[in-house]
Structures are given as C-alpha cells and as structure tokens.
Design a protein around this ligand. Sequence first.
Ligand code: SF4
Length: 435
Amino acid sequence: MNILLINLPINTSYPPSVYPMGLGYLGAILIKKQCHVDVLDIRLNNYDQKFVLDYLKTHGAEYDLFAMSGMVTTYKYAKWLSSQIREYSKKAVICVGGSISTAGELILKNSETNIVCLGEGEKVISDLVDALHSNKSFECVANILFRDGNNIVQTKHEPPMDIDLIPMPAWGLFDMHRYASMSFMVPVKTPKITMLIERGCPFECTFCYRNFGRKMRCRSVDNIIEEIKIVIDRFGIGHIDFLDEIFNGNVKQVKELCSRIIAEKINITWRCIGRTNLLDKEILQLMFEAGCKWIGYGIESGSQEMLNKMNKKQKVADIEESIKLSRKAGMIVTGTFIIGMPGETETTIEDTRQFCIRNEIFNKPFFPIPYPGTLLYEYCRENNIITGDEKYILSLEKDIAELLVNLTEISDSRLVEIRNKLNDELSPKYPLWGH
Ligand code: SF4
C-alpha cells in the first residue's frame, strides 16, 4: 500500500523547528506493516500551493491513503488540500489527525476528508491499513469519525496502546539534519531534537485540549534511553527538547531517567516543561546534573484569582518557590503567560505584571484562544461568545499574537494596549533566556 504523510503548514511567525513527531511514529508503524511511505513536508519546506498541486498532479494517483496531521489552525488548508487530493486521486482515503480532529465533524461535513482520527494515531493507522487491505468497513476501526453518506459515524472507543510498544519514529522520512540544525526553544549550537517521555495529562486547565487525553502514560526508562542513544549516534544530537505536557508528572520515572543519564555519562543538555507543585529541591538538582539546563513552567498568571478561574490547581506561592529552587539548582527558567481569560481585569493583569517583576521572569503573554475540545470553548458557546460554526474555526488560522476573541470586560483596544505595554516594559528587562 502506498501512503503519503503530509505535514500541514501553520500560519505563525514561529519557524518550523520541530520535526513532526506524530507523523514520525505513524511512518514507523506503516513501514513495519510493509507499506511504502512518502512524506510531503509542506511546513518545513514552505511549499506554496502551486508546488503542492504540481506534486499531486504528478504523484497523487500513486497513493491509496493520504494522512494529514496538523493543529486545528490548519483547518482551512486541510480543507483546500483534501479537495485537491480528490481531484487527482478519486479513490484514495484521506484522513486527518492531530488537534485538527477537535473540529472533526466540521471537516468531514465540509471537505473531501473521509476519516478523522480521534486520539492517538498509531493504532488507528494500523487498523485502517488492515481494513483497506481486506476491504472491510471503516466501522471496524476503533477511535475514528468517518463519513457514511450524509451521516457522521463515531466508531467504538478503545483505550490507547502501550506506548512502549510503539516503534522509534521513522526519522529517515524527514530532513532530520535540517530540523536538527534549527533553533527551537533554547539557543544551543549543537544539533537538537524533540522527544516525549509520556503522553496525557490528568489536569484540566480550561484553555487546554490536552493532546493525548487525561490518562498519563509513561514510557519505560529503557525505551527512552534507547531513543536518546540512537539520536546521538545518528544525528550527533547534543540537546533534547522534551515536549511533554508535564515532564515531571511521574516523579519516579524522572528520577530513574536522570540517574541513568548520569550513570551512563550521556552527554546532552535538555529542556522540559515542568509542573511546579510536583518538584522539590532534590529532584531539580538531579535534573540539572543530568543536563536539564532550561525549565519552562506554564505559569499563565500571577493572580491567584485567575489561576483558580483557569482551573490550574496551582498556587502563586508554589510557582514562586519552584522558580527560586530551579534557579538555585542552576537552571534557566522560562514561563508562559495568558492575559484576557474570562474574569480578567486590569487589577489581575497588574498582579501578573508584579509577579513578573518580583520573579524577574517574562515571556510575551498570549491572548486566550478558545480551541474546540476545551472547557473554554464550551464556555464561549454556552455564553454565545462564539458559535461552533465553520466561520469561527476558519478564523483560528490567524497568528496567535492577534486578539481573536475578547473574553473580558476590558475593551479590545485597551487590552491590546496593555499587552503591548507589558511587552515593551518587561521584554528587554527579563529576556526569555534568563539572566
Ligand atoms: S495546561 Fe498543562 S497542566 Fe493544564 S491541562 Fe494542559 S497539559 Fe495539563
């Protein structure tokens, strides 16, 4: 079976510095199943629509299955692309995965897409290939939405697979040397790569759609160490960005991983995203010794009232303590901030400003974006702030720096003015990479 994996472009000012790990895992599963796999990396190569059309004109008919992956912000592009694929490949199956699946019904109703993958894609793509091989209905593939005439069918739910059983990503499908040379979150000169040590997050912050569901599942330390050694050997990797939603969700796993990196003298630096109330002095020191030179915290606000409203389940005091302990351990600390969530006032924004000054930390704050699949999105629909229609989903392709929906009582112009003032006042003082 011939399969084309497509990395969709994202409309953002950020460069494409992270290889599409999700497609890498799918590629590995497909290769194991003896499929022929190609990749069209539109995001990395910045291919324009003409290039993509020429590719489809020349090669479109060769594929049995097209699998696109992207965020919900790629909805408009995915819609356009599926119609072009259908032009040149009448019978092929088109499926989408990634956070775009949160707008699954819309994309099935309004495009040529046949299947939306809900949750993790590895098992889905494997079952889908089996179903296509044996001419079975999509109904036998768990965890998908598919179009059946005018109906949208959701198939049975199956728990996700043991993530240790997923093969290592098929890096060979991507231009890894280019990806490894691009700088991502930290300014390191050595080749770098991204990795995950777990999937899922048990928390329920109102603005977050949690890529991998609520149940946290961890890879074994042996499996992670194996991946680290392979990428060092193959690509000369010297720095790893762990993109886990909460790197330190399983303290035992993190301690074991750090101890192994130290014991085996694995020479890397790394960065991760931590959750403040699960860290203490001992583990931070161990992490630093194992190469964790940067740690990012999803701080979001310096106002306890706003943290409670976002359901962060974090205390401002705990966050401040973790920043201090991380710096004491030797790490450079970064944080993300959101201003403009429901209930935000000029007073709560001032609390955040004071927090940044007090803790000498700042990162340009985001305005909240109600993505489908989040509690915030439900709130906005219930309160008629947004409708669940396609027009809203299409608007999500705007750059994340723009104010898409104002969820506060503050006027649009004032909110943008406050954000710009914070950027002007704090950016040069407390740069992203510490001081
Ligand atoms: S923001 Fe972080 S802690 Fe909150 S639900 Fe999302 S992944 Fe979990």
